[in-house]
Write a protein of this length. Sequence first.
Length: 347
Amino acid sequence: MKCKLTSSSLGTGGCTKFLIFSCTISALLIFSSSIGVWAKAPETAKIVFMSKRDGNAEIYSMNPDGSDQINLTQDPAADYNPAWSLNGKQILFSSDRDGIFDLYVMDPDGTNVRKIFKSSKYRMDAAWSPDGKRIAYAQGDPGKAKLQFGMRFVPYADLTLCVATANGDSVEKLTDGFNPSWSPNGREIAFVVGGRKGTPLGIFDLQRRSRKILLLKEMPWISGPNWSPRGDRITFAKLEGAAFDAQGFLGFKKGTIHTIDSAGGKLHQITDENSSYNPTWSPDGSELIYNARVGSLQIFKTDLNGGNSTQLTHDGSNSSPDWFDPTLNVSPSAQLLTTMWGKIKAD
């Protein structure tokens, strides 16, 4: 991906406060012939992520071992939530460079930046559909944005989970929520359910147009769900000591990474750090990259047993990693669900 948790600070009483954006399943980006056709994908595996080491939020890339960290955006605006397209030729991200957070795409070297939607709304936390023809994201009313971490964000309870065509021409509102992650077969979206009573794990069925909530009693507060490449598991962060503040922003005292069978079965805990979240799968499904606080927010890589953790970043605050590997690039399955989307004009 994920909302993921892309910006954080220590609140009073040792409580970490954060904003959840996601990053999640990458997929093939299909645009018109005039947009991004000639972009070149990286020849080796790359991780993109957000870093504040230069004083503001920028999109960086690095090798999977943490080497060769490069600032891609180099813009005075705040840039968040990078996500690779399946073919590695595009990076989707959120930016407030037009005064309000909205969705943009750029080439892998940071050039050719363009806005997806013609109209301006608060849009964050985007994820590609497996066929690359659609994006899921969180949308909010710009008038409800509040100051947090020096920028204006819409609180979680006021966010709506939406799906749009990749060029932004057609939009459909699904349900209250954020942190979307598409299943590899395109039939479902994992997300965080909106509201102020908790942030449970939700699954939205795109064919039936219905949602279900998992682990409501066991884990009423979670963040950053992310579907595995094979579709058999979902990873997420369990939040303990979590609560909303008066503005509607979320804080927690402990975060741990877990996986669950996508059918809602067996749970498995991956990490036991006091503050770990934002898990994202490696392209082959054998590892996870995630955020953990070690003084500042950093990116780590671990196997699925959680016993071999490696810190990848060290400078500044870093989050929202997403991993591309050209050796594992595959075409979307011919069995992907075809859905008739409501034609709602983006206003």
